[in-house]
Design a protein around this ligand. Structure first.
Ligand SMILES: *[C@@H]1O[C@H](CO)[C@@H](O)[C@H](O)[C@H]1NC(C)=O
Ligand SMILES: *[C@@H]1O[C@H](CO)[C@@H](O)[C@H](O)[C@H]1NC(C)=O
Ligand SMILES: *[C@@H]1O[C@H](CO)[C@@H](O)[C@H](O)[C@H]1NC(C)=O
Ligand SMILES: *[C@@H]1O[C@H](CO)[C@@H](O)[C@H](O)[C@H]1NC(C)=O
Ligand SMILES: *[C@@H]1O[C@H](CO)[C@@H](O)[C@H](O)[C@H]1NC(C)=O
Length: 574
């Protein structure tokens, strides 16, 4: 028996590696063949892992067991974008609902039979009964589970991951064992605090890890349907101009502006959501499989939190003007606990289609068998049915999150309060750019998202510039700025915007804004990079010692004109 299993494992090692989707954007690429500690002796054993030789020599485990072989257990996997796990299912056992933020999972059944399933971001449940030799692919970031329903026979499987550190977020543990307030859970699961406490009582604390990847890069400036007439309005979204003209919503509302609502975002790795929280409302626990979320509180106060892969809960109370970063793929929520005042926020995502997995909806409203849920949440079928009965018609939710640097880890590590008083002062006399990027807000590091606040006094210009690492999604808060960009065929696209409008400047293209009005204007911009960087065209061209003759020829003018322009520009700030 043991020999047969080892054989299956060997077959699976080969087969699993060849078949996993490791061509996708995933772990960062390395520029060497492998990453090995500098002073290690380099021989065949450096690339060998022998730690599970005796796994099948011992008795089968009494409960579900996962044996991970990732970067931590097998350091040579570092930079190789692949790892593995051996899964043992005693009769009747469940691997409860969970996600792998950094990788899809390719499961190969070695022994016995398994019922498996996952829930996509439209909350559709896909299930299958597998026999030995079958494989099943769980797409990246989606909630999934396995169940050995045979009452007498064990089952075993081997899984391959397209990441050296795929990470695991256990849904029951992250939601019920990390100190999220009972009132928030009761509201989220539409049940009472007593039921929540009953479920909580059976959980201890687990541990797990996490990872990264962005939208695929595009190789054109933008992706627009071929039949579309390409004009400034192709890059403009005006669908929410009247959002605030109507009465505030009676329940929590999320207004998404992603690729579906705004097709020009396709390929630009950035999107946005407007969040309205009536007094006392909750945005229930959810994840965004494809992006972190950078939340900016516009109005009111919010209690926010997320759970990391070690099941630590980070919470913070935010005021208007504050930002909070929810790391990619982690379960998070927001709560407006004020009983009389509403709250509003704007969120930025580093993906054109961040996706949302609602924890209450995906677990309790998609037809997962009651017995699987009862086993997963260590409660009885009657309790599961009570929760399920309350789930119909839950509002769709939105939002994402990000990861911190070192320092003391608590809610404040994910909070940026540096611009609270920006609007307490007089408007600036000239164009002002207030960045909230990796430098100002270190927790953005690695999260592929950042923000800037732009103030345009009457008549002011944000001169032509490019952001080499990111598109820019501009949201006009006040006034009527003119905007424009030039694509790589040198076609200029311009548009006059109004408050509430958005405009997308495709990645790397020269663009500008001009407030040709007697009133001041203001905007908030989102970037799909923690450090989008800026290359000012006037500065880079005219203050960097490019020969006058070259410039005169380039701009089809004379040297005197070039020198006049140069004289008017400040020296290049090194
Ligand atoms: C490398 O060698 C030094 C000196 O022998 C030792 O202190 C250190 O622990 C070694 N590092 C690793 C990763 O083995
Ligand atoms: C459990 O497994 C045994 C052996 O494969 C099989 O004979 C039996 O029918 C299975 N029982 C169920 C309920 O599937
Ligand atoms: C609710 O908001 C109002 C206005 O900001 C404030 O005065 C009041 O203290 C808040 N109530 C609570 C319970 O925080
Ligand atoms: C965080 O890391 C930096 C750079 O390694 C280091 O200088 C700093 O002391 C660290 N801070 C803490 C609190 O560990
Ligand atoms: C600015 O506005 C004035 C008055 O409407 C108009 O004549 C002028 O063409 C505008 N300039 C630009 C660059 O749009």
């Amino acid at each position: 028996m043991a020999a047969t299993l080892v054989m299956y494992v060997m077959i699976c090692l080969v087969f699993g590696f060849l078949s996993s989707p490791i061509a996708q954007a995933g772990d960062p690429d390395i520029v060497t063949d492998f990453v090995i500690p500098a002073n290690a002796t380099l021989d065949g054993s450096s690339f060998t892992f022998t730690g599970i030789r005796n796994l099948y020599a011992t008795d089968p485990p009494p409960t579900f067991r996962v044996t991970k072989i990732g970067m931590k257990e097998f350091p040579a996997l570092n930079g190789q974008s692949v790892s593995m796990a051996i899964l043992d299912y005693p009769a009747g056992s469940v691997n409860p609902p969970h996600t792998h933020p950094r990788s899809a999972e390719l499961l190969f059944v070695v022994e016995g039979s398994l019922d498996v399933g996952f829930i996509d971001t439209t909350n559709m449940l896909f299930t299958q009964t597998l026999q030995p030799g079958d494989m099943f692919i769980f797409p990246k970031g989606l909630v999934h589970f396995q169940y050995n329903k045979n009452a007498t026979e064990p089952a075993a499987a081997v899984s391959a991951f397209g990441s050296a550190n795929a990470g695991t977020v256990s849904v029951p543990m992250s939601v019920f064992a990390t100190g999220i307030d009972d009132a928030i859970l009761a509201e989220s699961f539409k049940t009472d605090a007593a039921t929540i406490q009953k479920i909580k009582a059976v959980f201890g604390f687990l541990s797990s890890p996490i990872a990264q990847a962005g939208d695929p890069d595009i190789i054109t400036d933008f992706v627009i349907p071929e039949y579309a007439t390409l004009v400034g309005s192709s890059f403009t979204f005006t669908g929410i101009r009247n959002l605030y003209a109507s009465d505030p919503p009676p329940t929590f509302r999320v207004t998404k502006i992603g690729m579906k609502e705004f097709p020009a975002l396709n390929g630009q790795s950035v999107s946005m959501a407007i969040l309205d929280y009536p007094a006392g409302s909750v945005n229930p626990p959810h994840t965004h499989p494809r992006s972190a979320e950078l939340l900016f509180v516009v109005d009111g106060s919010l209690d926010v939190g997320f759970i990391d892969t070690t099941n630590m809960l980070f919470t913070q109370t935010l005021q208007s003007g504050d930002m909070f970063i929810f790391p990619k793929g982690l379960v998070h929520f927001q709560y407006n606990k004020n009983a009389t005042e509403s709250a509003t926020a704007v969120s930025a995502f580093g993906s054109a289609n961040a996706g949302t997995v609602s924890v209450p909806m995906s677990v309790f409203a998609t037809g997962i068998d009651d017995e699987i849920l009862a086993e997963s949440f260590k409660t009885d079928v009657a309790t599961i049915q009570k929760i399920k009965a309350a789930q119909a018609g839950d509002p769709d939710i939105i939002t994402d999150f990000i990861i911190p640097a070192n320092a003391t880890l608590d809610g404040s590590s994910f909070t940026y309060t540096g611009i609270r008083n920006l609007y307490g002062t007089h408007p600036p006399p000239t164009f002002r750019l207030t960045k909230a990027g990796m430098k100002e807000f270190p927790a953005l590091n690695g999260q592929s998202v950042s923000m800037a606040i732009l103030d345009y006094p009457a008549g002011s210009v944000n001169p032509p510039h490019t952001h080499p690492h990111s598109a820019e999604l501009l949201f006009v808060v006040q006034g009527c700025p003119d905007v424009g960009f030039i694509d790589t065929t040198n076609v200029l696209f311009t548009q006059t915007l109004e408050a509430g409008d958005m405009f997308i400047f495709p990645k790397g293209l020269v663009h500008f804004q001009y407030n040709n009005d007697t009133e001041s204007a203001a905007a908030v911009s989102m970037f799909g990079s923690a450090n989008a960087r800026t290359v000012s065209v006037p500065t880079s061209v005219f203050t960097t010692d490019i020969d006058d003759e070259i410039l005169a020829k380039s701009f089809k003018t004379d040297v005197a004109t070039i020198q006049k322009i140069k004289a008017g520009l400040a020296p290049n700030p090194k």
